[in-house]
Design a protein around this ligand. Structure first.
Ligand code: AMP
Ligand code: ZN
Length: 467
C-alpha cells in the first residue's frame, strides 16, 4: 500500500512494523457541537483507508480519541475551553454537553457506514496516562512551569517544525503578540501540557489533582498518551484533517518523541477540507450541514458517501446540494443495477476469457486503492465492471466484493420476491431483447404490466418491480 506521507512529502510504500498488523490512530472530534459533513468527509476517507488495508488481509488496529476537555478556542493556548464555553448558560453540565455531541458523532459515523474504531476513547478517561507522560517529559527536562500552566519547551526539541516544514524562527515571527496570555510563557510556539485551575481557569468545571496542582490537560497531550497506550510508542499511521498538521500534530510529534526518543509515526495521513462556497465548512463560520440536514432533503446518507468517494482525499471538495442530488440519482441507479443482477439467471461456469477479465477488474481495483488511496479511480472501475459483459452472477459477486472497501451497503439491496410466473416473463423479455425481437418483448412487457408490475432498464439488464 502506497500512501502520501506529509512528513516526507512523498508517496511511500507503508511497511507496517508488525505485519499483518497495521496500527492506525485517528484524531477524533471535539464534542462541543454537532458533527458536520465536513468532519464526515475526513472520517469517511479514514474509513476507506482502513477498509483498503482490511481488503488486503491486513489486521487494522484503529484507535480514535474523543476530545472532551482541554481544547481551547485559540490554537496558541489563548481563549476558553470549547466545551466549558458551550456549557455556560446552557443549563447543562460540561459532561452532559460532551455526552450529547459524542452520541451525535457516533450516530453520524454509523449513518455513513464508517466502521467504528476498535477503541473510541475519551480524553477524560485518560488523565492519569497524560499526567504520567507529562512527568516523563519533566524528568527529561522538556518542560517548565509557570503560575498558570506547565509548558512544553519547544526550543529543547531540535527538530520542532519538521512536519510543517516551518522553522521555529518563522513560527515565532508569525505569532500574534496580543493573544500571548501567560506572561511567563517563554515562547509563542511552546504549548501547554497542563493548565492550572486558577486565573482565567479558576472556575473550570472539569479538573483533576496532579503534581502541579488541580487542573486539566492541554489538548495535544491526549493524542500522544492514548496513541502510545493502545498502539505502542511508534505506530504505522496517524490520520486527521489538514488543519491539524501545523500545530496539533507538530506538537504531538514533539512531546511523543521527546518522551520516548523514538519516531512517533511512520506515515502522517492528512485529509483536505470539504468547502462550502469556497470556504472550509466549519462550526466557527456557521456554514455547516449535518446528516440530519441531509436527511431532511430526502437524500440518503449513502448518496453522501458516494459523493465523498468521487474526490481524492488530498483534494479539496466543494459541497453543493446539486452535487449531492446527482449522487443520489447515481446511487439509485447503482441500487437498481444490483436488483437487476439479483434477478438474473443462475451461475454458468466462466470461460477462460471471462475468468481473466474478472481477475483483471479485481487487480485494477486493488491497484487503485493501493496507489495513495485512489478511490475515485476504484469507483470508476466498479462502474466499468457494471457495464461490461462479465456474466451477471460474477459481476454481482465482484461488485459486492469491491463494496467491502467502498462501503455503500450494496449487500443490503435485497432481491425483491417476485412470483414465479413474473420471473418467467422477465426471462422471456430478456431473451426476446437479446434476439432483437422487440415485438415479442413488448408483448411480454404488457403482460407483466397487466399483472401489476413494471419493467425498467438498467445497463445491467431489466428489473421488475411492483407498480
Ligand atoms: P474537530 O472536532 O474540529 O477537531 O474536527 C474533527 C476532525 O474533522 C479533524 O480531523 C478536522 O481536521 C476535521 N475537519 C474539520 N472540518 C473539516 C472540513 N470542513 N472538511 C474536512 N475535515 C474537517
Ligand atoms: Zn489528535
Amino acid at each position: 500500500m502506497k500512501l502520501y506521507n506529509s512528513l516526507s512529502r512523498k508517496i511511500e510504500e507503508l511497511k507496517p512494523l508488525k505485519p499483518p498488523l497495521v496500527t492506525l490512530y485517528a484524531c477524533g472530534p471535539t464534542v462541543y457541537d454537532y458533527t458536520h459533513i465536513g468532519h464526515l468527509r475526513t472520517y469517511t476517507n479514514i474509513d476507506l483507508l482502513r477498509r483498503s488495508f482490511e481488503y488486503q488481509n491486513f489486521n487494522v488496529k484503529h484507535v480514535m480519541n474523543i476530545t472532551d476537555v482541554g481544547h481551547l478556542t485559540g490554537d496558541d493556548d489563548s481563549g476558553e475551553d470549547k466545551l466549558e464555553k458551550k456549557a455556560k448558560g446552557s443549563g447543562k453540565t460540561v459532561w452532559e454537553v460532551a455526552k450529547f455531541y459524542a452520541d451525535f458523532f457516533e450516530k453520524s459515523l454509523k449513518a455513513l457506514n464508517v466502521l467504528l474504531p476498535k477503541q473510541l476513547v475519551k480524553a477524560t478517561d485518560h488523565i492519569k496516562d497524560m499526567i504520567a507522560l507529562i512527568q516523563q517529559l519533566q524528568e527529561k527536562g522538556f518542560t517548565y512551569e509557570t503560575k498558570e500552566a506547565v509548558y512544553f519547551d519547544t526550543s529543547k526539541f531540535s527538530s520542532y517544525g519538521k512536519l510543517s516544514g516551518q522553522k521555529l524562527t518563522e513560527k515565532l515571527q508569525q505569532a500574534r503578540k496580543e493573544v500571548h496570555i501567560d506572561a511567563e510563557k517563554k515562547s509563542p510556539s511552546d504549548f501547554a501540557l497542563w493548565f492550572k485551575k486558577q486565573g482565567r481557569f479558576a472556575d473550570h468545571e472539569m479538573s483533576w489533582e496532579s503534581p502541579w496542582g488541580e487542573g486539566f490537560p492541554g489538548w495535544h497531550i491526549e493524542c500522544s498518551a492514548m496513541s502510545m497506550k493502545y498502539l505502542g510508542e511508534t505506530i504505522d499511521i496517524h490520520a486527521g484533517g489538514i488543519d491539524h498538521l501545523p500545530v496539533h500534530h507538530e506538537n504531538e510529534i514533539a512531546q511523543s518523541e521527546a518522551a520516548t526518543g523514538k519516531p512517533f509515526v511512520k506515515i502522517w495521513f492528512h485529509n483536505e477540507f470539504l468547502l462550502v462556497d469556497g470556504q472550509k465548512m466549519s462550526k466557527s463560520l456557521n456554514n455547516f450541514y449535518t446528516i440530519d440536514d441531509v436527511a431532511k432533503k430526502k437524500i440518503e446518507s449513502m448518496a453522501l458517501r458516494l459523493l465523498f468517494l468521487q474526490t481524492h482525499y488530498r483534494k479539496q471538495m466543494n459541497f453543493t446540494w446539486e452535487a449531492v442530488q446527482a449522487a443520489q440519482l447515481a446511487y439509485r441507479n447503482l441500487q437498481d443495477q444490483i436488483t437487476a443482477l439479483r434477478q438474473q439467471k443462475e451461475r454458468t461456469s466462466l470461460s477462460e476469457d471471462k475468468l481473466s477479465k474478472v481477475d483483471d477488474f479485481r487487480k485494477r481495483f486493488v491497484d487503485a486503492t493501493s496507489s495513495d488511496l485512489q478511490i475515485p479511480q476504484a469507483l470508476a472501475i466498479m462502474w466499468e465492471l457494471l457495464k461490461s459483459n462479465v456474466p451477471s452472477p460474477d459481476k454481482l459477486d465482484l461488485v459486492l466484493d469491491f463494496d467491502q472497501v467502498l462501503g455503500l451497503e450494496l449487500v443490503n439491496v435485497k432481491k425483491e420476491q417476485l412470483p414465479q410466473n413474473i420471473l418467467e416473463l422477465q426471462e422471456k423479455i430478456n431473451e426476446a431483447r437479446k434476439e432483437k425481437n422487440f415485438e415479442m418483448s413488448d408483448k411480454y412487457r404488457k403482460e407483466l404490466e397487466d399483472q401489476g408490475f413494471i419493467v425498467e432498464d438498467t445497463s445491467s439488464g431489466t428489473i421488475v418491480k411492483k407498480k
